[in-house]
Design a binder for this molecule. Structure first.
Ligand SMILES: [Zn+2]
Ligand SMILES: [Zn+2]
Length: 857
């Protein structure tokens, strides 16, 4: 259980103690000085114990405290990595002459309080103005202290100064650096398994793909808890990749594999589900994104995987496997399916179809022929099993202009139908006008089974089909480098069809939202319209970043102050290489004009562009521990425009193609250039993100100098050869920047604004929309007005019930979806903030993926 304990400490800052051990502990066996060292060590790492933890630890035996201290300090230091705060011992303190009773802990606490007077109070847990008690330095907020009549500190029992209990600091200030200045509370817990379980259930049930740390947590918990973890699985795991990771681990730890297969078979509805599990077991990625390397598995596991395929309906298995036949062929080489031909006929037939095995020479050929009888998705020709995909009949109907028949067959697979609504309607318009009602009826029936992302995408797409788009952009399976664009040659759709389909999708989503908790009011920002929801929605294997910007979104540039040096943004990079391995990272900015023609590049070979319009801090080719290396590029935005540049693309490049995941620490970001001589100011950082993954090049963002906005691209490139394939480095950057801009400009992709409106009209009596101008438009529920009608008013934005200058204050819970954390939210509120500040008590904060996930049926 020790690894779970460590995991909970690292990820939730909770020290889970054994309740029996604590109950049997005596009182105060340890010297104060030992405890003070312990607390000082935590303070140096930026942590402070909660009241109950500090009191409990003091009752433990000396040896237990020594062990606890080593474990906590090591674990927390590891989680911080290179981002350790630098906490000076506050000098010139106290105002009176220092005496020997002034402890390092108290002085250290004063450094924190001077950096930031509001800190989490260890007693009540709320973020408040706190003080350090005189003379021990233990923190408490005024309301907690005033709430009791104390003569001494309840933690250490020292007498507290009579009258004013807090230490007053002198004015010589030396703040904490390399840290945002806010202490983190260390909590106390007792229920190790219970805490691990509730986190496990939340992660597995989460509607967005797992981040790398989350995946590691799931795997650690399964390793520790063993096969019984299977009882913690929900009936349905919403994300397939999560399902595969979890099942693969469970199968690995289970001594009785057949029993585990039986216990988890409810999660394996299709052959593709089994493929994902197999690929994870073989060391590949559960998203099935090629290229990937596959290892091998033992005989028992091979048999379990083949059995999992064999028990599925044969028709579906064959067609599903055909869809991923390239990958299945490679997996088949590792599973040796024909060894089990006699016992597993369905699996054998499916592999025979995928591999085009000659049946006349195979020992199992006869049996397989018999099995193929009566399965509509397969036929035998030329001694080989041939697959007839389910969709081939649909294609045939569409080709011959029979939209009605195509819609009827597609009705068997609702999500497939929703994906093809545009095509069906075009066939209707061109060839079969009287089938429009039938197609709309089929779409309406399918909507109830559509995923939220599918319905949001459908509404956004169809709504923009009134006229041709400037350019259509496709990202095959999320591969941005392989994106391609075409002129839009599709005929626009008829307005009545557009209105009907959009209403179907929105009505379905609104009715799902109405089933959720209701609120007195909602507050939403119209600026959310710039935040795109590109598929896959959520952060697939995303690294940590300060603000979770959805990929493809446009964000206003941070306000660049007027300094004598002009308006300057600083693009920064910091990294640290592992011991014994040199890693040379390069920061660069490529500039393009309005037509995406190259203007200039600022990089290690070209440190200055124009008359110091763009300036690189200089190339560093290694970053040894402990201090690592940093590079900056400063961009003078106004003067860049004068050079004819419109777009500036940011790039981090690993010169020797060593992947970012080899670094002990690596991050990059954007900030307003601080005052001269001050290279890095954490308060000025607008965005900061970790370099991660197997990639060696990342293109995080592009700045539009004219619109004063940045677009978050979050593009990761595995190697320079991928760039060569698309015409080289500059061409690739221009391509990426332009494709995303064109994609966003069609307005045919769902945005967070769409999601916010649906929740707001479905769940709140009054909806306040903060317009871009700053004015506030109020939309009440009018008598007999349906939610869909109010939604249409919000969309159009031209018929509010009132316009206000300020948001009325409220005590009732609020549903919110905001760009900034700038309104007071009563307890019981729930919603989304793009750039959240600190947690406030009783307010539930959801991620973008969770907002979408809440629209699932
Ligand atoms: Zn308090
Ligand atoms: Zn104290």
């Amino acid at each position: 259980m020790d690894s779970i304990r460590t995991l909970l400490l690292a990820r939730t800052q909770t020290v889970v103690l054994d309740p029996d051990r604590v109950a049997n502990a005596s009182t105060r066996p340890t010297r104060d000085v030992d405890l003070e060292k312990f607390e000082d060590e935590l303070a140096q790492l930026g942590f402070v114990m909660s009241l109950d933890l500090a009191m409990t630890i003091r009752r433990l035996p000396h040896q237990a405290i020594v062990e606890l201290r080593a474990w906590i300090a090591t674990t927390l230091a590891t989680t911080l990595g290179a981002h350790r705060p630098n906490v000076p011992l506050f000098r010139g303190f106290p105002a009176k002459a220092p005496d020997h009773t002034t402890s390092p802990y108290l002085r250290r606490m004063m450094s924190w309080l001077l950096t930031r007077p509001t800190q989490p109070c260890p007693w009540c847990g709320q973020l408040k103005a706190v003080g350090a008690l005189d003379p021990c330095g233990h923190l408490v907020c005024r309301s907690c202290w005033d709430g009791g009549a104390y003569a001494g500190c309840p933690i250490c029992h020292r007498r507290v100064a009579i009258g004013y209990p807090f230490v007053r600091a002198a004015t010589t200030m030396e703040p904490v650096t390399h840290h945002d200045g806010e202490l983190r509370l260390l909590h106390l817990g007792f229920d190790l398994i219970g805490s691990a379980r509730s986190r496990f259930e939340r992660l597995v049930g989460q509607p967005s793909p797992l981040a790398p740390d989350d995946r590691a947590e799931i795997e650690v918990v399964i390793d520790e808890m063993g096969p019984r973890t299977v009882q913690w699985l929900p009936a349905r795991i919403p994300v397939k990749e999560t399902m595969a990771i979890t099942l693969a681990r469970l199968w690995t730890v289970a001594p009785d594999r057949a029993a585990m297969l039986h216990a988890t078979r409810g999660h394996l509805a299709t052959a593709t589900d089994v493929l994902r599990v197999a690929v994870v077991l073989l060391g590949g990625n559960p998203g099935l994104v090629e290229p990937m390397r596959l290892g091998s598995v033992g005989r028992g596991m091979r048999r379990a995987l083949l059995e999992a395929i064999d028990r599925l309906p044969a028709e579906q298995v064959i067609e599903d496997m055909w869809r991923y036949r390239g990958l299945w062929k490679r997996v088949g080489e590792r599973l040796h399916p024909y060894e089990y031909a006699k016992h597993l006929p369905v699996a054998t037939l499916a592999f025979a179809a995928v591999r085009r095995t000659r049946l006349d020479t195979a020992t199992f050929g006869g049996a397989i022929r018999d099995k193929a009888h009566g399965i509509t998705t397969v036929r035998i020709a030329n001694h080989r099993a041939r697959v007839t995909p389910w969709a081939s009949l649909v294609e045939q109907h569409l080709r011959t202009g029979d939209a009605r028949a195509a819609a009827e067959r597609l009705g068997q697979r609702p999500s497939e139908l929703l994906r093809r609504v545009d095509h069906l309607l075009r066939v209707v318009q061109a060839q079969e006008p009287d089938a429009q009602a039938a197609v709309i009826g089929a779409a309406s029936a399918a909507a109830a089974r559509g995923s939220p992302a599918m319905l949001l995408g459908l509404a956004a797409h169809i709504a923009r089909r009134t006229e041709p788009w400037p350019r259509r952009v496709f990202f095959p399976r999320g591969e941005v480098l392989k994106a391609w664009g075409t002129p839009d040659r599709r005929a626009p759709l008829r307005r009545d069809a557009i209105v009907a389909i959009v209403a179907i999708a929105r009505a379905e989503l609104v009715s799902r939202a109405q089933a959720r908790r209701n609120f007195a009011r909602a507050v939403i920002d119209r600026g959310l319209v710039d935040l795109l929801l590109l598929a896959p929605i959520g952060a697939r294997a995303a690294g940590k970043s300060k603000i979770a910007w959805p990929r493809g979104s446009a964000i206003a540039l941070p306000e660049v102050g007027d300094t004598t040096a002009g308006k300057v943004l600083r693009w920064f990079l910091h990294w640290e290489e592992p011991r014994g391995k040199r890693v040379d990272l390069d920061l660069s900015v490529a500039m393009f004009d309005g037509a995406w023609r190259h203007v200039a590049t600022c990089d290690f070979a070209n440190l200055v562009v124009g008359d110091r319009v763009v300036v690189h801090s200089g190339d560093l080719t290694s970053a040894p521990q402990p201090s690592g290396a940093s590079e900056f590029v400063d961009l003078d935005l106004d003067r860049l425009r004068e050079l004819g540049a419109r777009h500036a693309v940011m790039v981090v490049f690993s010169y020797d193609a060593i992947a970012f995941d080899q670094l002990t620490c690596g991050f990059a970001g954007l900030m307003i250039r601080p005052r001269d001589g001050d290279p890095f100011d954490p308060r000025a950082v607008a965005q900061r993100f970790d370099l991660h993954g197997k990639s060696v090049i990342t293109v995080p963002l592009v700045i539009d100098l004219e619109a004063r906005r940045l677009r978050w691209l979050d593009v990761h490139i595995a190697g320079p050869s991928a760039l060569a394939q698309v015409g080289g480095y500059r061409a690739a950057l221009a391509h990426i920047g332009r494709d995303f801009a064109d994609l966003a400009s069609t307005g045919a992709r769902p945005t967070l604004w769409d999601v916010a409106m649906i929740h707001a009209v479905a769940r709140a009596n009054i909806v306040y929309v903060r317009e871009r101008s700053g004015a506030i438009a109020a939309y009440r529920r009018r008598d007999t007005e349906q939610a869909l009608a109010r939604l249409a008013r919000l969309h159009a934005g031209d018929d509010p019930d009132a316009m206000l200058d300020v948001l009325p204050p409220a005590n009732a819970p609020t549903w919110f979806a905001l760009l900034r954390d700038d309104i007071a939210l009563p307890a019981g509120s729930a919603g989304y903030v793009l750039d959240p500040k600190s947690a406030s008590e009783g307010v539930e904060r959801l991620s973008a993926a969770e907002l979408v996930g809440e629209l699932a049926r």
